[in-house]
Design a protein around this ligand. Structure first.
Ligand SMILES: Nc1ncnc2c1ncn2[C@@H]1O[C@H](COP(=O)(O)OP(=O)(O)OP(=O)(O)O)[C@@H](O)[C@H]1O
Ligand SMILES: [Mg+2]
Length: 302
């Protein structure tokens, strides 16, 4: 984050939940007491933290901000269907190995040592988990959207998280002196295993209350007026009560406020023109258009 002043002040690690909350705020993130407490404990006791929640409620962002305010490196492992251990741990740089072999044969070097070197540190490509084990407490390891990876990958992660030790047959064992802060996120597209959950502190991030959401909009988009932020938040909170396929997250609220502000709109009188910032599903759009008057006027009732 651009906020250079906080970078140094937080390096020591927070002494209290209140201090952590304030540091995060300076980094542009508003954490409620429950989240701040979970993060404080995770940081102090070296426990991974699992964040589950609705879409776009700040799960990924909090890991980024933690890294930025404590001057740590953010190492991100983005999970997806079919991700395997090579992509998470390390790979051999096959192309460089081939070039090296060709150079060796041109110079007619063929001693055993030269071949051994092919599987030495020079040809090792670090992937996020190895990088994180090496960086230790200088890093925040974000394991994002773990629910997208499959069972086997989860089991493998569990192993890494339990001892922060990776053994590479050709090189040896790499172990973290003190582990990084590990933040796992999940959108709950599937249930995670109990074993993984047991290893982690758990925190559910729901949608923020209206006043808190207004604060979030204003801290993220300081140019937006408080009056506009309140109107947008009221409308978005109403949208979440409708039965939408893709209810808007906080990210959408911020986007909508930014869009309206950019267009010089002071309220939601022309809301239908900017709905693309909040409603991103065709069927949802129809539902919203049918109820637009009621949504934007803040009136109650279905
Ligand atoms: N408490 C908060 N304080 C500050 N900004 C927030 C907060 N919650 C959400 N945001 C904003 O919302 C945006 C979206 O958050 P983020 O991408 O972290 O959501 P997510 O929960 O990871 O969503 P997804 O499930 O889609 O991955 C962030 O860029 C940030 O600007
Ligand atoms: Mg995310």
């Amino acid at each position: 984050m651009e906020n250079g002043s906080v970078e140094n002040s937080g390096l020591e690690g927070p002494q209290s939940v209140g201090e952590l909350t304030e540091t995060l705020r300076q980094g542009g993130y508003l954490a409620d007491r429950g989240l701040a407490t979970a993060l404080f404990v995770a940081l102090s006791l070296n426990r991974p933290i699992l964040l589950e929640g609705e879409v776009g409620v700040g799960k990924t962002e909090v890991a980024k901000v933690m890294a930025s305010v404590f001057g740590r490196k953010l190492i991100r492992l983005q999970c997806y269907e079919g991700i395997d251990t090579n992509q998470a741990l390390y790979e051999w740089d096959y192309a460089r190995q081939m070039l090296h072999i060709r150079a060796l044969s041109e110079h007619q070097v063929a001693d055993a040592d030269a071949v051994d070197k092919l599987f030495g540190p020079k040809f090792l490509l670090e992937r996020p988990l190895l990088e994180a084990v090496r960086a230790g407490d200088q890093a925040v390891l974000l394991i994002d959207e773990i629910d997208r990876a499959d069972d086997e990958f989860e089991a493998f992660l569990l192993e890494v998280l339990s001892d922060f030790q990776i053994s590479i047959p050709e090189i040896g064992t790499v172990k973290a002196a003190s582990p990084p802060l590990v933040v796992l996120t999940s959108n709950r597209t599937r249930e995670l295993h109990d074993a993984l959950k047991r290893r982690c502190l758990y925190h559910w991030i729901g949608y923020p209350a209206a006043e808190r959401e207004v604060e979030i909009v204003l801290i993220r988009e300081p140019g937006v007026s408080a009056a506009l932020a309140r109107k947008v938040v009221a409308a978005v909170q109403r949208l979440r009560e409708l039965d939408l396929a893709k209810p808007p997250g906080v990210a959408e609220t911020i986007d909508w406020a930014r869009t309206l502000d950019f267009l010089g709109e002071a309220d939601l009188a022309n809301a239908q023109d900017t709905l693309g910032a909040v409603v991103k599903d065709r069927d949802d759009l129809e539902v919203v258009l049918d109820n637009l008057q009621e949504i934007t006027s803040g009136a109650r009732g279905a």
